[in-house]
Design a protein around this ligand. Structure first.
Ligand code: NAP
Ligand code: ZN
Ligand code: ZN
Length: 353
């Protein structure tokens, strides 16, 4: 074991603060990474503040962070995918059993023995996993990805969660040219969803509660922008969407969007608000609409998404911050004041004792 610098939350009410944590020394299949950048996902905030206590209660201290890009500093003897000095990335998962039918199809996000990057039982240390708000991490090579060399490392970090979480359901539900697609919420996930839907050739409509994001949405790939609090603007799109991706982090009226689907249209939730959403049966049965959810994505699809981003030159629009500003960034996320992903420059952690 060795000591790594990190930022952690000591309780649901505590701001994040500097600390040290124990990491394992790389074993046979492990890659040790010096973390250069880590994105701030709204899930980090939900977990640090124990907002998902009913589903996955937070174990403290909690070190969040699952949008990790860094340099390989050490490799175990069985590692063939990476060598020291390579740029490498880690997302939301760090381990799985590798033997179940989900793992065999590289759909590890559904493995019953999955280990998430933070706040999950750590098979190696016996404690919980600690995420990317840290100067280094040690991960099995199966869960480490290659970053296309043309992508800016800070802008690439959010691809590891916001990117794959929006790319995967769009591939699953067949987003392509000729389809009308809605994206709800222009935050970290929403802005990646917009870029992917546009790159996949769909006609994309962005729904936002923030009128000041309208010009950005058009620049990021939206064909149309709807201010969702304006009922007349919403009504113009009734019964017209093939697919809607809902990336909202807080309570909102899902029925308003179900009514915009055409026959057999689907709305997929990727947002994970603290409280349950109320669904009207009538919003579903008229039009045979369906509602579903989607968690992150498997290892094969994550690498596919990164390669797609390399080919189409897609990265997140980021505001790079020092780690000392992480609590301020959390407060801004709650106010939907993000353009469009905060990314921590981990060099700033060197300033901590
Ligand atoms: N399914 C998964 O595997 C997965 C993976 C990652 C994250 N998530 C979840 O996805 C959600 C979004 O994450 P994120 O990092 O993209 O968050 P984010 O950057 O904070 O963006 C959320 C956006 O939702 C909209 N919004 C916020 N409050 C709202 C309200 N009260 N009513 C309507 N719209 C509201 C805002 O967009 P506008 O200003 O445009 O309205 C805001 O920018 C979170 O719940 C997160 O935990 C799920
Ligand atoms: Zn995330
Ligand atoms: Zn498995």
């Amino acid at each position: 074991m060795y000591k790594a610098k990190a930022y952690s939350a000591a309780s649901e009410k505590s701001p994040l603060a500097s600390t040290t944590i124990a990491r394992r020394d790389p074993t046979e299949n492990d890659v040790q990474i010096e973390i250069l950048f880590c994105g701030i996902c709204h899930s980090d905030l939900h977990q640090a503040r124990n907002e998902w206590s009913g589903v996955m209660p937070t174990v403290y201290p909690c070190v969040p962070g699952h949008e990790i890009v860094g340099r390989v500093t050490k490799t175990g003897p069985a590692v063939i995918k990476f060598k020291v000095g390579d740029l490498a990335a880690v997302g939301c998962m760090v381990d799985s059993d590798g033997t179940c039918s989900e793992c065999k199809q590289f759909l590890e996000q559904f493995c019953p023995n999955l280990t998430l990057t933070y706040n999950f039982p750590d098979k190696h240390t016996g404690g919980v996993t600690y995420g990317g708000y840290s100067d280094s991490i040690v991960v099995d090579q199966k869960f480490v990805f290659k970053v296309p060399s043309n992508l800016d490392p800070a802008g690439a970090a959010p691809l590891l969660c916001a990117g794959i979480t929006t790319y995967s359901p769009m591939r699953h539900w067949g987003v392509t040219k000729g389809k009308k697609v809605g994206i709800v919420g222009l935050g970290g996930l929403g802005h990646m969803g917009l870029k992917f839907a546009h790159a996949l050739g769909a006609h994309v409509v962005l729904f936002t509660t923030s009128p000041n994001k309208k010009q950005d949405a058009l620049r990021l790939g939206a064909d149309e922008v709807v201010i969702s609090r304006n009922a007349d603007e919403m009504a113009k799109h009734a019964g017209s969407f093939d697919f809607i991706l809902d990336a909202v982090s807080a309570d909102h009226d899902i029925n308003a969007y179900l009514n915009l689907l055409r026959r057999d249209g689907n709305i997929t939730l990727v947002g994970a608000p603290e409280k349950p959403l109320a669904v009207s049966a009538f919003s579903l049965l008229f039009g045979r609409h369906s509602i579903s959810g989607s968690p992150i994505g498997g290892t094969a699809e994550t690498q596919e998404m990164l390669d797609f981003c390399g080919k189409h030159n897609i990265t997140a629009d980021v505001e790079v911050i020092p780690i000392q500003k992480v609590n301020e960034a959390y407060d801004r996320l709650v106010k939907a004041d993000v353009k469009y992903r905060f990314v921590i420059d981990m060099a700033s952690l060197k300033n901590e004792a």
